[in-house]
Ligand binder design. Sequence first.
Ligand SMILES: Nc1ncnc2c1ncn2[C@@H]1O[C@H](COP(=O)(O)OP(=O)(O)OP(=O)(O)O)[C@@H](O)[C@H]1O
Ligand SMILES: [Zn+2]
Length: 491
Amino acid sequence: MLLEFGIGLGIAFLAFLLINGINVLPIIIMIGFAYMLFNILDRGNLMKNPARIISNTQDITFDKIGGQEVAKNELLEALDFIKNFDEAKKMGIRPLRGIMLVGAPGTGKTLMAKAATSYIDSIFVSASGSEFIEMYAGVGAQRVRQLFEVARNMAKKASKKHGVVFIDEIEVIAGTRGRNASHLEYDQTLNQLLVEMDGISSHDDINLLVIAATNRPDIIDPALMRPGRFDRIVKVDLPDKDGRLEILKLHTKDKPLDIDVDLEQIAKETFGFSGAHLENLCNEAAIFAMREQNKKISQKNFIEAIDKVIMGEKLNRKPTEDERKRIAIHESGHALVSEHFNPNSVSTITITSRGQALGYIRQTPEDDIYLYTKQYLESQIAVALAGAVAEEKLLGDSSTGASNDFEQAVDLAKKIIFSGMSELSVVDKDSLPSEKLHKVISNILLQQKSIVENIIEEKQDVLKLIVDYLMENEKIDGNNFRKLLLKSQVA
Ligand SMILES: Nc1ncnc2c1ncn2[C@@H]1O[C@H](COP(=O)(O)OP(=O)(O)OP(=O)(O)O)[C@@H](O)[C@H]1O
Ligand SMILES: [Zn+2]
């Protein structure tokens, strides 16, 4: 409208100049140039529609989501409310417009939004928060408007009563902190989102539901959480052991598994994995099996795949023989001390370099641990320090390979201090002077170091045995490791 008016006015102005005998060519060229520039810079962005329309969400149902019982139930409860919206309306209850899914990356938030879509028999459009951010003012807001328009039109076309608008990474447009100079743009985008949400019930024929996902609930603008906006918050956690087992079962359902495959054991060894990690793990295990030209995936393939998912791809650069020896000593040190404090805790030692780590040991957690005792934390400090201590003992010095361990030990010491379990008793994190803090950290570390030195001194012989085995075989599993320990005790 405004554009037509402007063009009309421009033409009239040019005609006026022409009538008065003024050369209009340079002006026309300039206008043409400006128009082209505008086109290149802005129009493209303005017209780009952020909505990704996905039609095959019917395939994704809640039984395709492993674990997450609590989140699923909460979500279902909210969705039932939407399904029975007509009854709710009669009671004068306002419609549920927004659900916020909160949880770590890869925990299945997108999956849940899609399952919700099929549950309420709806269409699904999605966009990510970062797609709304542009340099030009108003573009983000424009895109929000488009997204809702697309959803409404699609639902109408498909003759559906409901439409789901999924916005991933909502914190990008709805975060309160971390906004930079162009925060005005973010605010306009957020405002538009609020306007659209507030206006949902005025389009009575189609009932839109906004599902947003974030892993940073701490920075979400409280305005979004007001009643009538995102008034349901569903937490999606990392899966626990049973959840991991369910997810593994789902992702191996169509894969040929060897009889030795023990998914329960794999679930146990994948503490901290998200659903996305587990999906990746099953895929990698199948790739390992194929490389070996096996028809079925074996337990060994899964164990290899765990290491790969944890550590990333194998490093290209091969360490020298001396480096390998040092790594073997370092990792054996960790393993010996881990086994000393927590028998059966070592599940693999390897000196094959992957990703960032040169070698590593993997400890099997007894169960998922949520509360730590002081004793446990101290033993973990000892395990962290043991790599460097073993190097010092057998090679006379330690290397830069231990710097991560050191950081980890310091973090653990801080955990002890700030949970009131150190010599300082209960402390206030903010008022503790840093010299004091460092003094106590170093006391804790030195104490553990001397304990570790004694253990390594005492177990030198078996340490060397393990190092030799690793130099020969590159890795050793927990059971063979323990056999070596026993053998040396008998001898
Ligand atoms: N609970 C689960 N059950 C089965 N598969 C899962 C589960 N969680 C994640 N996955 C797998 O991980 C993939 C990625 O999950 P999804 O995209 O839903 O995670 P997200 O939480 O949305 O992640 P992000 O925050 O990174 O966007 C899924 O396609 C699926 O294969
Ligand atoms: Zn180490």
